[in-house]
Ligand binder design. Structure first.
Ligand SMILES: NC(=O)C1=CN([C@@H]2O[C@H](COP(=O)(O)OP(=O)(O)OC[C@H]3O[C@@H](n4cnc5c(N)ncnc54)[C@H](O)[C@@H]3O)[C@@H](O)[C@H]2O)C=CC1
Ligand SMILES: O=C([O-])CC(=O)C(=O)O
Length: 348
């Protein structure tokens, strides 16, 4: 186990007083990252170290965590950082965790689908979730490992088997789809990207990713219905680009993995939303792939209100355009089969 020293860099008594009063008003929160030394894990560890809502950052991987923990641990922010390596240290990594983020597993190479990762990643997720059920059964779980459409149902089944399933606490992280939809949309509509919001529903692979550009909202009231200016062809192309965003990065990286930096950003955003919800901040809404009854599929990504116990409310899809209605029907068979594949794997 590698414990970094909590760095106290300020010599000013005033700053130190301010910091003490901040930490006493913000709850203690332990966040564990499983797969913390990987392409996503490292920048995600950095971003979580910068998050003032985190008091303890637990970095677990099967290799290389000492270096990552020592490095990140020198940053003079609130959280204490501890690195854990190998299965023997998994229990300590998880004990007391409020939030567990899982980017452990292999990424795609060009020509592969996310489902091609199933054979390796399903087993990794199964083992890690068994340990979560044992050592921190009440933690929120943010699943990043692909194929998310199947790894989330696997996690649910493993938690059920352990008698520890709480559907409010299990999240498939689809935030990167939202991040991409916002970026691509703002580029085409020529609106400030920081002001745009686009819900993305369904799942997290190819056609199961369905951005709802008919529901674009903008913080700038100047753009009440910004999508109105874009032609059907442009909206179709934007939808396709969002669905293929992961593949775009995989191909650009040409064999050196998939999205890591944008994923770390998206993962940190979603983790921050979960922590805010836990801390009782009202009206925290993000899209996520969760257990759901808003369609006939048992897991589905949509807008979710986050609260002190995780999912507070799964929000309705709202009005869809005809194009989106078709997309919704088209995605169901693939999503259904990915869910069934995960459930079957966990129970065999
Ligand atoms: N949900 C999403 O939007 C996205 C998901 N991903 C997925 O995230 C996963 C990780 O991607 P990268 O970080 O790029 O891969 P990577 O190979 O760079 O890192 C994975 C890390 O997991 C570790 N690992 C392997 N088995 C483990 C175990 N049993 N316990 C703990 N750690 C373990 C490895 O040692 C490695 O450090 C992939 O499955 C990828 O497809 C990637 C981008 C976006
Ligand atoms: O495409 C991949 O393999 C990684 C991923 O999920 C994404 O970037 O959305």
């Amino acid at each position: 186990m590698f414990r970094s020293v909590l760095v106290r860099s300020s010599s000013s008594a005033k700053q130190s007083l301010l910091r003490r009063s901040f930490s006493s008003s913000v709850p203690e929160r332990k966040v564990a990252i499983l797969g913390a030394a990987g392409g996503i894990g490292q920048p995600l560890a950095l971003l979580m170290k910068l998050n003032p809502l985190v008091s303890s950052l637990s970095l677990f991987d099967i290799a290389n965590t000492p270096g990552v923990a020592a490095d990140v641990g020198h940053i003079n922010t609130r959280s204490e950082v501890v690195g854990y390596m190998g299965d023997d240290e998994l229990a300590k990594a998880l004990e007391g965790a409020d939030l567990v983020i899982i980017p452990a597993g292999v990424p795609r190479k060009p020509g592969m689908t996310r489902d091609d990762l199933f054979n390796i990643n399903a087993g990794i997720v199964k083992n890690l979730c068994s340990a979560i059920a044992k050592y921190c059964p009440h933690a929120l779980v943010n699943m990043i490992s692909n194929p998310v459409n199947s790894t989330v149902p696997i996690a649910a089944e493993i938690f059920k088997k352990a008698g520890m399933y709480d559907e409010k606490k299990l999240f498939g992280v689809t935030t990167l789809d939202v991040v991409r939809a916002k970026t691509f949309y703002a580029g085409k509509a020529n609106v400030p990207v920081a002001e745009v919001n686009v819900p993305v529903i369904g799942g997290h692979a190819g056609v199961t990713i369905l951005p709802l550009f008919s529901q674009v909202t903008s913080l700038a009231q100047t753009v009440a219905t910004p999508q109105a200016n874009l032609s059907a062809d442009v909206l179709t192309a934007l939808t396709k680009r969002t669905q293929d965003g992961g593949t775009e990065v995989v191909e650009a990286k040409a064999g050196k993995g998939s999205a890591t930096l944008s994923m770390a950003y998206a993962g940190a955003l979603f983790a921050d939303a979960c922590l805010k919800g836990l801390n009782g901040v009202p009206d925290v809404v993000e899209c996520s792939y969760v257990q759901s009854t808003i369609t006939e599929l048992p897991f589905f990504a949509s807008k979710v209100r986050l609260g002190k116990n995780g999912v507070e409310e799964v929000l309705d899809l709202g009005p869809l355009s005809d194009f989106e209605k078709q997309g919704l029907e088209a995605l169901k068979p693939e999503l259904k089969s990915s869910i069934e594949k995960g459930v079957k794997f966990a129970n065999q």
